[in-house]
Design a protein around this ligand. Structure first.
Ligand SMILES: Nc1ncnc2c1ncn2[C@@H]1O[C@H](COP(=O)(O)OP(=O)(O)OP(=O)(O)O)[C@@H](O)[C@H]1O
Length: 696
């Protein structure tokens, strides 16, 4: 009955025999085990020598196992002793009877003793393990600091040998990128300066037998008596690194990364007040760098990029065409905005853009007086609400240095923007094939454009680094014989080796898509000053020069023919031609841009009040759902401009200059507007002008 009860109601502690033993359970297990063996042995008259033999075997087995796991001698001895003492007691108890007070008492004492010994052994093992880890760490640290000490000693000798200066190295930091290390050193008393070491960069690099492309460059330390020497030991410039795929938001104020240094760290350009100058001969990777720069500008939330590229717009087209062709769509199927805000590929468009920039700068100066006063600054606070305009002018230096009178006009405008617009948030990035001598002789460029890049790409001819980076010595063209590599210097970061990331067309498309919702909108004050010239920058006739570039698109073809639209004819231009798919695409593009993003207020349509002239058919405004309006697409721009001049009016030649058309066409169109009552012609011989009826 009792056995049944025991089975049904198990009691007492549940022991997990699979678990390892601690000091208490180990001792308990050993003593209860010994007691069980002794009582059973005594009852069955087991020969006492067996217990001793088992104990000896246990002691030996544990010692061997302990040696395998490298237990301390003390641990091995304690465990072996426990087995032998247990076995000795069992042998004695089998002979003399385990159920005596003497046997039970001594067993209890042995149990407590074993527990205490095991506890102390466990603690000892733990401490031993910790000590071993600490010793290993100390060893690593010793080796590291030995390496650092060796580096320090080596450079103290080298600088003594090459520069005759005895420095004291106070710290050596190995770079996480693994590409080199930096030394922080104290200059000796007696007035030695860091420049003296900086000037010997090339000799120091040679003395240190650094691989090609690696340098030892000195820069100022924490005070004027200290110097930092950066030593590159691996040549990251030789590798091709693609533009980082994190297209996250950037800001003008946090700087825009343009590439990376020899220590593999990125270098940023801070362009709130600075303009930039990039020099690179053909094939040096200049176009690629411009794309990397445009990528950074596109990612910024407070920048609008206007690009001038008279070389068929090749620098800007990859940032416009994928959006223009509808190759990229947002996730919700909506069209995307181009990666740049304006692209000028012709002389006229470039002139319009520069005129607009000047107007914006002047208007901002007047319109934001209160903002400046409130912020107690003369620098317009740039933000997503009032964005900075970055004018990127490919081969701009060649424009400045051009002997052609017309082109010089553009150059003068560029200089005007640089001169007047710093405080008002318009800065330029000029590139140059090599005409640096004439460009850098211009004091204003020297003063305003201190963010500078010289791409060498292995080209040694015509590279005058001392002109680009005055005061920086020891820079040699042959240090960067790779495409996309060269030197970059900014007011924050002295001129040193640098390389641009490689950026491929698919990345440009990805960035256009990723940043489409991020681009700011031109602030109202600026947009008002910019007027129709800006608002209509994507108009078909303004972007016509891109047409040849637009590849045939089946959908557009179908759409155009299906809708039967003939925009050119409807605008009164090329009346005999059939509407081309490109026209249709451009129209849709313009519509989408306007409808989706409203980058600028729509210029008021002067003809809006006039009765719809149904006979003339459609034009762009009509296609945007507004009232029909006769005349070519540039007419509203002209009407707006004429109205803006008030009673003074505008000469036909001025209108022709504004809209980029020949005078004959302009006269005919304006006369038609007069006939419709939209304008008044004030005949005054050579001073004849067109006036808006409101001011006539
Ligand atoms: N950062 C870079 N990393 C690796 N390779 C590059 C890099 N930049 C340019 N290249 C290589 O150099 C070639 C020329 O580059 P890119 O077209 O940008 O030069 P460029 O100076 O603008 O020449 P061009 O004036 O003839 O167009 C590229 O096709 C590419 O193979």
């Amino acid at each position: 009955m009792s056995s049944t009860a025991t089975k049904q109601q198990p009691s007492g502690p549940v022991l997990d025999w699979a678990a390892g033993h601690g000091p208490v359970t180990g001792a308990l297990s050993a003593t209860t085990g010994a007691f069980a063996v002794a009582t059973t042995g005594a009852a069955t008259a087991m020969p006492a020598g067996w217990a001793l033999a088992v104990g000896a075997a246990g002691a030996l087995g544990h010692t061997v196992a302990g040696l395998r796991v490298r237990n301390a001698g003390r641990t091995l001895a304690t465990r072996a002793a426990s087995w032998l003492v247990g076995a000795g007691w069992t042998t004695w108890a089998i002979t003399h009877g385990p159920l005596t007070w003497a046997a039970l008492g001594s067993l209890a004492a042995i149990g407590v003793g074993m527990g205490a010994a095991a506890r102390s052994v466990a603690l000892y093992e733990e401490a031993r393990e910790e000590e071993a880890i600490a010793a290993e760490e100390r060893q690593i640290a010793r080796e590291l600091s030995a390496e650092r000490r060796a580096i320090a000693a080596e450079w103290v000798d080298r600088i003594q040998r090459v520069c005759s200066i005895t420095i004291r190295v106070v710290g050596v930091e190995k770079w996480e990128t693994g590409a080199g290390y930096s030394l922080d050193a104290e200059l000796p008393p007696g007035g030695a300066t860091w420049n003296k070491i900086a000037a010997e960069s090339a000799r120091l690099s040679a003395d240190a037998r650094l691989p090609h492309g690696c340098t030892a460059t000195a820069s100022p330390g924490i005070d004027q008596g200290r110097v930092i020497i950066d030593v590159t030991t691996a040549n990251v410039l030789a590798e091709e690194r693609t533009y980082p795929t994190d297209y996250g938001p950037l800001s003008l104020h946090t700087g825009i990364p343009w590439g990376y240094r020899t220590n593999a760290e990125e270098i940023r350009a801070y362009l709130r007040e600075q303009c930039a100058l990039i020099v690179g001969p053909t094939g040096s990777g200049k176009t690629n760098l411009v794309h990397s720069i445009l990528a950074g500008f596109a990612r910024a939330e407070d920048m609008l990029t206007w690009v001038i590229d008279l070389n068929a717009g090749s620098a800007g087209l990859p940032w416009v065409l994928p959006a223009l062709n509808g190759e990229i769509k947002r996730e919700d199927g909506q069209p995307v905005r181009p990666g740049i805000d304006w692209l000028a590929g012709t002389f006229d468009e470039a002139m319009t853009m520069l005129d607009t920039a000047v107007k914006v700068a002047k208007q901002r100066k007047m319109g934001y007086q209160d903002v400046l006063a409130k912020a107690n600054t003369d620098l317009l606070p740039i933000s997503a609400k009032i964005p900075q305009i970055m004018l990127v002018i490919d081969e701009g230096a060649e424009i400045l240095a051009s002997p052609d009178r017309q082109v010089r006009k553009l150059g003068d405008k560029i200089l005007e923007v640089i001169r007047i617009a710093r405080a008002m948030g318009i800065r330029t990035v000029l590139t140059a094939l090599g005409a640096t001598g004439s460009v850098l002789s211009n004091l204003m460029i020297r003063r305003e454009a201190k963010v500078r890049v010289a791409l060498t790409g292995g080209e040694t001819e015509g590279m005058d680094l001392s002109k680009m980076f005055p005061g920086s010595r020891g820079l040699r063209v042959d240090q960067a014989p790779y495409k996309g590599a060269g030197f970059m210097g900014t007011p924050e970061s002295p001129a040193a080796l640098f390389k641009a990331w490689r950026i491929l067309p698919n990345q440009i498309r990805e960035i256009i898509a990723a940043t489409s919702d991020r681009h700011p909108r031109l602030d109202d004050i600026s947009a008002k000053a910019a007027g129709p010239a800006y608002a209509r920058r994507w108009d078909a006739d303004r972007t016509a020069w891109m047409r040849d570039r637009v590849p045939g698109d089946g959908t557009a073809d179908a759409a155009a023919s299906g809708a039967g639209l003939n925009l050119s004819a409807l605008r009164g231009e090329r009346a005999a031609e059939q509407g081309s798919p490109e026209d249709e695409m451009l129209r849709r593009f313009r519509e989408q841009i306007d409808a989706q993003f409203g980058t600028a207020p729509e210029p008021r349509t002067p003809a809006a009040d006039a009765p719809p002239a149904a006979a003339e058919g459609l034009n762009l405004s009509a296609l945007r759902g507004e009232k029909r309006e006769p005349g070519p697409a540039w007419l509203p721009t002209a009407l707006e401009a004429i109205k803006a001049t008030g009673a003074e009016g505008m000469k036909p030649s001025a209108v022709a200059d504004l809209v980029g058309k020949d005078r004959k066409t302009v006269r005919a169109t304006l006369q038609a507007a007069v006939d419709r009552g939209e304008l008044v012609y004030r005949d005054n011989g050579p001073h004849s002008v067109y006036v808006h009826p409101d001011h006539a």
